[in-house]
Design a protein around this ligand. Structure first.
Ligand SMILES: *Cc1c(COP(=O)(O)O)cnc(C)c1O
Length: 435
């Protein structure tokens, strides 16, 4: 399978090149030229399959021509070694808990899969230089990517994060690892971190000296494994409810990576009737659905900080996959909620159902609840464990949220932090001195 750039269909590269480059050289994002549709018989048979069995079958359909099947088997089984339970909330509504991975946020699957794929490519050419993964992070991405790549041979991760811009536990999740993970604390904002990384990709001289790729959802290797969620969700539903019709899936959106994966999963045959994309007050995509205009603007802080994106990266993929505003509107409904509405939703669901959502997952639930018609079956995606945002959640429900051991472990570790100045030169000099 070839991968094309959303800026120019004539740019066409192999999967290996797409994964090792991150953004396309023309600034576009890579997408597969064809999306393979899985047989209906396979889909209807998934109820009896485990999560890694489903993941492996799907990966084989999508990537089998590019990666040896045995290798793909190991990558998928190694990636999906934690459960993704579908929790039934009432007769028609479910939530899929995507937060049982090492950092307890939804990006673990994409990060782990990408890390193992890169390690495989490196093992094919063991004498080539290290692959350097750059990832600007305002919180959760850094942790997921750092943990996904920790101790993976041939790969080094640089997390750039704003000084004073991430929570104590978020910093612990990437800064307590050491080894092949470098935590660069930038004397600046998240936007500064993003710009520094963007400039590194455009610096031809630097790219001749070292292999650089992106660890964010710019990288197509992060998106492909996220299609597994949708297959697995449907499989769980088949198990629970034998006559589930086409489903409605609601997603808390920031850079629209999970939404793009949902659009791909539907094209691959998952019976998805509609997707619901839910944002906080940084509602660029919602605004696009309303007006047809995609207008990025500076992000503002919210109590669902992983959704504070002012220029959603994967919009280019959604547009390329669906073709026109009308097609986008037909498949995707949008919602946007304020901090107050998020707090109210967390409290209300806790009171009514005894279930505790984190602020991001609460947004998706609320969107689903408003969008779902009486004869439909809906699933909202829960993207973070409530303990990751315990202050907000505790103040909404008036009860303590227990910190899982998995998170406590990070807090106990020693931090290895390298402060660097804001501005591209500081990053460039650091990378060249430490390659
Ligand atoms: C990254 C993240 C999201 C948003 O995902 P996108 O793919 O960027 O739209 C939602 N919730 C949590 C907890 C996240 O970490």
């Amino acid at each position: 399978m070839k991968y094309y750039s959303t800026h120019n269909k004539n740019i066409s590269v192999s999967l290996a090149e797409a994964v090792l480059k991150g953004p396309a050289p023309d600034g576009g994002l890579f997408l597969p030229e064809k999306i393979v549709k899985l047989p209906r018989a396979f889909i209807m048979n998934m109820a009896g399959m485990s999560l890694p069995e489903i993941g492996y079958a799907v990966a084989n359909f999508a990537l089998g021509g590019d990666v040896d099947s045995g290798v793909l088997h190991d990558i998928v089984y190694d990636t999906l070694n934690f459960p993704i339970p579908l929790h039934r909330i009432d007769e028609h509504r479910y939530t899929l808990e995507l937060f049982h991975g090492p950092t307890m946020a939804y990006k673990d699957v994409g990060a782990r899969f990408m890390a193992r794929l890169l390690a495989y490519y490196h093992s094919l050419h063991p004498h080539t230089s290290t692959v350097n993964v750059l990832v600007p992070s305002s919180g959760d991405t850094g942790g997921a990517v750092a943990n996904g790549f920790f101790n993976v041979p041939g790969v080094h991760v640089y997390v750039l994060y704003p000084q004073d811009g991430v929570s104590y536990i978020q910093e612990a999740q990437f800064a307590s690892l050491g080894g092949n993970v470098t935590a660069l604390e930038v004397k600046g904002t998240f936007d500064d971190c993003k710009h520094m990384v963007e400039q590194a990709f455009m610096d031809e001289e630097l790219n001749e000296q070292m292999v650089l790729t992106s660890g964010t959802s710019i990288n197509v290797a992060r998106l492909l494994p996220q299609t597994f969620y949708y297959f697995h969700a449907y499989a769980q539903l088949l198990k629970d409810n034998k006559d589930a019709n086409d489903i409605v899936v609601s997603i808390p959106s920031a850079n629209l990576g999970n939404l793009a994966s949902g659009v791909m999963a539907r094209a691959m045959g998952v019976p998805i009737k509609r997707l619901v994309s839910v944002e906080n007050v940084n509602n660029i995509f919602y605004h696009y659905l309303q007006t047809g205009q995609f207008i990025p603007r500076p992000s503002v802080y919210s109590i669902a900080p992983a959704l504070d994106a002012g220029n959603p990266t994967n919009f280019a993929r959604i547009a390329a996959l669906l073709g026109s505003v009308d097609n986008v509107r037909q498949l995707i409904h949008g919602y946007s909620y304020s901090d107050e509405e998020i707090m109210h939703t967390i409290a209300q669901v806790h009171e009514q159902f005894g279930y505790v959502f984190d602020p991001h997952s609460a947004i998706a639930w609320r969107g689903l609840t408003e969008d779902l018609q009486p004869d439909e079956t809906g699933i909202s995606l829960a993207t973070a464990h409530p303990a990751k945002f315990s202050e907000t959640v505790e103040s909404a429900i008036g009860e303590n949220v227990e910190m899982p051991l998995q998170l406590v472990r990070f807090l106990r570790g020693t931090r290895h932090v390298t402060p660097i100045n804001s501005g591209y030169n500081a990053l460039r000099n650091y990378l060249l001195a430490h390659q």
